[in-house]
Design a protein around this ligand. Structure first.
Ligand SMILES: Cc1cc2nc3c(=O)[nH]c(=O)nc-3n(C[C@H](O)[C@H](O)[C@H](O)COP(=O)(O)O)c2cc1C
Length: 375
């Protein structure tokens, strides 16, 4: 595998990515007038800003059905491989992922779709493999959801078959438990015969084991209150992967509110997580995870306290605060973060102008011009 792919085209020690912009409302369950609508022109603007501003990657969410509520949270979503292909055509350096549900995509079709995206981006496509959890999405597809462990066994066959389609020069048969494919050919091959960055965010032990065997990067939650614990987790994950002969980086995810002062950021976050919340959608998300007023004694308290968690790990503050939090993540051994914003186009320029230069000063990112360009 080419190091160029692995490092997402540069040697930034702490990579920055945008998460969830293919979905309406992004990842914050909100009903604010400025919320993200995920229309194509806004997505294109977001990608160009991120690309020109030195961001390393864009990570979409594989979502097929909205969660209802007042806004039908994440009810409007672009399919991610086609979305990535469009964005790759409009950008120059940034890596754009597809978030692909292994059980929903025939591997022969998916392999070729991804090669197409990779050629459009001259080698900048990345793959986030998900196995799915949301039953209504499966019901809508007519495909039956497998038991939890079997989902990853299937994904293992799925990605193994796809890797062969990407790499094998001769026709091959693939005869395993779930997939029986005959006389398989696939051309063209990936850009420059390299592999896309493959990531996964399974949190269970089978999910983690899958990531260790098949992925170049894994996503975990960051525990700010106990940086040491996060650092231990990252170190253990990487050393376990090393024992399997693999280098796997660990990333995290979050939601950023960055404003000129800490007070302005906290006020906005308060607004977002109180009057801005689409509570009906939150209750739907919980119901899908089988959390109901009937089976949860402190349900109301849970709902009231959920918004921050529902936007992922919150990174709220002035540019100094945000840069400091990123530096803390870096010090825990994390290789980067994928984060969401309430409105990606409105909020990105300030982060690019104010946070990125601070990270460069701290030495955990390099000015774009100093990064190794890839042929
Ligand atoms: C950063 C991140 C991105 C994820 N993206 C998606 C996604 O787009 N679609 C999806 O169905 N699940 C997504 N998930 C869920 C995971 O793929 C996984 O199913 C979940 O963490 C539960 O882990 P498990 O499958 O090991 O039980 C994501 C999780 C994280 C932490």
């Amino acid at each position: 595998m080419s190091a160029d792919r692995y490092y997402m085209y540069n040697d930034n020690a702490f990579k920055l990515g945008l998460f969830g912009a293919n979905c309406s409302s992004g990842r914050a369950i909100n009903k604010l007038p400025e919320r993200w609508l995920a229309d194509w022109d806004s997505c294109e603007k977001m990608a160009k800003l991120a690309d020109e501003g030195g961001f390393d990657f864009i990570l979409p969410i594989g979502r097929w059905k909205g969660y209802g509520g007042e806004t039908d949270f994440q009810g409007t979503t672009y399919e991610t491989i086609t979305w990535a292909t469009g964005l790759l055509a409009h950008t120059k350096q940034i890596t754009v992922f597809g978030t692909v549900h292994a059980p929903l995509f025939n591997p022969m079709v998916a392999a070729k779709q991804m090669v197409t995206a990779d050629h459009v981006g001259h080698g900048r496509f990345g793959l986030n493999i998900v196995v799915g959890w949301n039953e209504p999405e499966f019901q809508m597809s007519g495909i039956k959801q497998r038991d939890h462990g079997d989902r990853y066994e299937y994904a293992e066959e799925w990605i193994s078959a796809i890797k062969r389609m990407w790499n094998d020069k001769e026709p091959f048969d693939f005869d395993e438990e779930y997939l029986q494919l005959k006389n398989v050919v696939a051309k063209p091959k990936l850009h420059a015969d390299t592999s896309p960055l493959i990531i996964n965010a399974g949190q269970s032990s089978v999910g983690r084991a899958f990531a260790m065997r098949h992925c170049h990067a894994f996503f975990t939650n960051f525990r700010e209150a106990d940086v040491k614990k996060s650092a231990e987790f990252v170190a253990k994950f990487k050393s376990d992967a090393k024992e399997l002969g693999r280098d796997v980086n660990v990333y995290t995810q979050g939601h950023v509110v960055c404003r000129p002062t800490r007070k302005e950021a906290e006020d906005y976050f308060h607004y977002l997580t109180t009057e801005g919340v689409d509570f009906a959608a939150i209750k739907e998300v919980l119901r899908l995870k089988n959390v109901t007023p009937e089976n949860t004694p402190d349900y109301d308290e849970l709902v009231a306290n959920l918004p921050p968690k529902n936007v992922g790990y919150p990174i709220i503050g002035s540019p100094d605060d945000v840069a400091e939090k990123f530096a803390r993540m870096h010090s825990a051994g994390l290789s980067g973060i994928a984060f969401s914003l309430v409105n990606y186009v409105d909020e990105l320029p300030f982060i690019i102008d104010e946070v990125i230069p601070r990270l460069e000063k701290m030495g955990i990112r390099k000015p774009a011009a100093q990064n190794e360009a890839v042929a």
